[in-house]
Ligand binder design. Structure first.
Ligand SMILES: *[C@@H]1O[C@H](CO)[C@@H](O)[C@H](O)[C@H]1NC(C)=O
Ligand SMILES: *[C@@H]1O[C@H](CO)[C@@H](O)[C@H](O)[C@H]1NC(C)=O
Ligand SMILES: *[C@@H]1O[C@H](CO)[C@@H](O)[C@H](O)[C@H]1NC(C)=O
Ligand SMILES: *[C@@H]1O[C@H](CO)[C@@H](O)[C@H](O)[C@H]1NC(C)=O
Ligand SMILES: *[C@@H]1O[C@H](CO)[C@@H](O)[C@H](O)[C@H]1NC(C)=O
Ligand SMILES: *[C@@H]1O[C@H](CO)[C@@H](O)[C@H](O)[C@H]1NC(C)=O
Ligand SMILES: *[C@@H]1O[C@H](CO)[C@@H](O)[C@H](O)[C@H]1NC(C)=O
Ligand SMILES: *[C@@H]1O[C@H](CO)[C@@H](O)[C@H](O)[C@H]1NC(C)=O
Length: 452
């Protein structure tokens, strides 16, 4: 009797193993062929984006979250493009209307799949990449920072009631409606409230410890954050997925299955990288968060200069462009208080602009933006005290935690390395051309620069 059971059990087990391995193998084969097909069709359709270094009619700023793109948006792009030239609701794909006539600037956390809604041949793409480990830290910290602002409320129920009321009143976009924050912030917020409730229930003494990245009485530890399924959905390899158009927020239906395939079968990531690298090659500009100064200068000279001449040329024939309603509320990147209200007609912004003036404007803008950001951060983090994400706390994060983040972001590690090479080349070319303004493409805009 016993033997019979054991035998039957063993047989069942064998059967199960067989079923699982064969379905696993099938899944791998299915995934591999779908990814390869997607990669080759992406590479093919991208080849018609010729003349990558010349600005086309529409500028698409593919804003990877936590790369510092907000300063480029506010302090460069908003200084060049008037709000009537901005594609409406850029950060909110649900309301995005690519057919707005004459719209020339699209800045968004949406991924590359947005291109399927845009006139591909008339679109230039720019992006900024950041060291993946830094980006993960920053994403974690910003999730906590924004979520902590809600701790002024007595409980989660009242937070949600409040948010609904504010939303229906303002009609604007807030961080909470923008991918990926619309998932990351409520998740973190719920977590902060439950930790606060548990703390209240238990009462003192609290054994906080001295590591802000692992202070579980107050905030979700970094380790738990990076290993949570939500982080796998939204954070890890986020730059690669965004450039590939395979984020959790993609416009393309197949993207979600492809994404699952790459996450399940890591080896297929190489095809995604191949597409992402090719797309970076074809971009008008690739910046590097860490090389901030050089990136900003290159942006001003490569992108800024061309935007200036393009807009000046078009204002000559477009003298009847008028303001179309108020600028969209721009808390998209959570900086409502930094709206500038300098006159916003096309002419006023581009007429007398030069690269030199643009850089000056940028410097002033960025310092005020940074100081308001850091004030806001300090005030928010006070609410999770004694946790505080300082440089010193960061330095004490153990090596194995960093190694874990690196391994969870291996595609982004490689893409970042590649982006740095592209950037260095572009920066060198730009400097070369500044010294030696005979190169046909740039001499055109360099002359403008000299006007200063
Ligand atoms: C949450 O706070 C509100 C406002 O103070 C209060 O009316 C409500 O009873 C609280 N709910 C819970 C579940 O504590
Ligand atoms: C934090 O606490 C640990 C263990 O108590 C101690 O070894 C370490 O020196 C402390 N670090 C700092 C910066 O206070
Ligand atoms: C995207 O990720 C969030 C957070 O994990 C999840 O709730 C949502 O369902 C995902 N969306 C898709 C289309 O997978
Ligand atoms: C302005 O329009 C005229 C005639 O419609 C055209 O010839 C000229 O090239 C245009 N100029 C610019 C800068 O687009
Ligand atoms: C100027 O406005 C008129 C009417 O609004 C429009 O038909 C015309 O195309 C506009 N001209 C230009 C150059 O945009
Ligand atoms: C924008 O305009 C308002 C009212 O006209 C003014 O109070 C505010 O200071 C201005 N902001 C900036 C940044 O100039
Ligand atoms: C541009 O410069 C001209 C001449 O210096 C000046 O008259 C005009 O007001 C300036 N326009 C703007 C928008 O500053
Ligand atoms: C957190 O650290 C920053 C920078 O060191 C400091 O300015 C701030 O006061 C600290 N916040 C708290 C609540 O200790």
């Amino acid at each position: 009797m016993e033997n019979g059971y054991a035998l039957r059990f063993a047989f069942l087990l064998l059967l199960l193993v067989l079923v699982f391995t064969s379905s696993g193998a099938n899944d791998f084969e299915h995934c591999k062929s779908s990814i390869k097909e997607w990669a080759s069709s992406s590479l093919r359709s991208d080849t018609d984006t010729k003349n990558g270094h010349i600005l086309k009619d529409l500028l698409f700023f593919l804003h990877v979250p936590r790369t510092g793109g907000r300063t480029y948006f506010h302090c460069f792009l908003k200084k060049l493009y008037s709000s009537d030239l901005e594609c409406p609701r850029s950060y909110d794909k649900l309301r995005f209307n690519p057919r707005k006539p004459g719209c020339r600037l699209l800045a968004t956390h949406d991924d590359y799949s947005m291109m399927s809604k845009l006139p591909r041949e008339q679109t230039s793409v720019v992006t900024i990449l950041r060291d993946p480990v830094e980006r993960v830290f920053s994403t974690y910290e910003f999730s906590v920072e924004v979520a902590a602002r809600f701790l002024v409320h007595p409980n989660l129920t009242s937070v949600i009631k409040m948010s609904n009321r504010v939303r229906s009143k303002s009609g604007g976009i807030s961080t909470l409606e923008i991918w990926p924050w619309k998932y990351l912030v409520p998740w973190m917020r719920e977590d902060l409230f439950s930790r606060r409730d548990a703390r209240k229930k238990k009462g003192p003494p609290y054994l906080y410890g001295n590591d802000s990245y692992d202070m579980k009485e107050v905030v979700m530890p970094l380790h738990d954050y990076v290993n949570h399924p939500v982080a796998h959905d939204l954070v890890h390899n986020g730059a690669t997925f965004q450039v590939a158009g395979l984020t959790n927020n993609s416009n393309i239906r197949e993207a979600h299955e492809l994404r699952r395939c790459v996450i399940t079968h890591k080896i297929l990531g190489k095809y995604v990288l191949q597409v992402a690298k090719k797309r970076l090659d074809d971009m008008l500009y690739v910046g590097i968060t860490e090389d901030h100064r050089e990136s900003a200068t290159t942006f001003a000279n490569v992108v800024g200069a061309q935007v200036i001449s393009q807009l000046m040329a078009s204002t000559v024939n477009n003298s009847n462009t008028t303001e179309q309603g108020p600028p969209s509320s721009d808390s998209s990147i959570d900086a409502t208080e930094n709206q500038d209200n300098s006159s916003s007609t096309t002419e006023a912004k581009s007429e007398n602009m030069t690269v030199g003036k643009l850089m000056e404007t940028y410097e002033t803008c960025i310092s005020s933006l940074r100081s308001s950001q850091s004030q806001r951060r300090t005030a928010s983090l006070k609410k999770v005290s004694p946790a505080n994400f300082t440089k010193e706390a960061r330095r004490r994060v153990p090596d194995n935690a960093l190694k874990e983040i690196i391994s969870l972001n291996s595609l982004d590690m490689e893409l970042y390395k590649y982006a740095k090479e592209i950037f260095q080349k572009q920066h060198r070319t730009m400097e070369q051309e500044l010294h030696d303004s005979v190169t046909p493409v740039s001499s055109h805009f360099l002359n403008k620069r000299r006007d200063t």
